[in-house]
Design a protein around this ligand. Structure first.
Ligand code: HEC
Length: 120
């Protein structure tokens, strides 16, 4: 049993080292979160510009049943992200099932966990 666990651990390290990724990639999501070009953005802003230190985010951000952004009802987290891309970055919404969206949401979870309660 121990051997199997060790082998599995070694295999995960191998996968990580070779860059093979089976799911959403938070590392890529971080680059998107900090890129003014996300969605072809034209405002020069990035997600980080406004949400630095977790501003406007809370642990509930990931699990709300419905969202309200600038008094607009929004149904899902992906739609909120697109709202911010369109309104704040002045870009084009990205497909909700795209790799970019999955990576962005994967990073959002890490970012919120690391910044929870740090906003002034
Ligand atoms: C110009 C500033 C600005 C930029 C840039 C911006 N946002 Fe926002 N975002 C806001 C504001 C303000 C709110 C809160 C709106 C409200 O409460 O009505 C918000 C809300 C959110 C929420 C919902 C939080 C919650 O708990 O309901 C998410 C998720 C979010 N933004 C993600 C993003 C992502 C991802 C990006 C980059 C694509 C981004 N935002 C770029 C200003 C911005």
């Amino acid at each position: 049993m121990k051997t199997i666990t060790t082998l599995l651990a070694a295999f995960s390290v191998f996968l990580a080292a070779t860059g093979i990724c089976l799911g959403a990639d938070a590392q890529k999501g971080k680059l998107l979160f900090e890129s003014p070009a996300l969605g072809g953005g034209t405002s020069g802003k990035t997600c980080l510009t406004c949400h630095e230190h977790g501003r406007d985010f809370s642990p509930e951000t990931l699990s709300r049943k419905t969202y309200s952004i600038m008094d607009n009802p929004v149904a899902s987290l992906a739609e909120v992200v697109n709202f911010c891309i369109e309104v704040a970055l002045r870009g084009q919404a990205i497909a909700e099932n795209s790799e970019e969206m999955k990576d962005l949401l994967a990073y959002l979870a890490v970012f919120i966990q690391n910044n929870s309660g740090k906003a002034q």
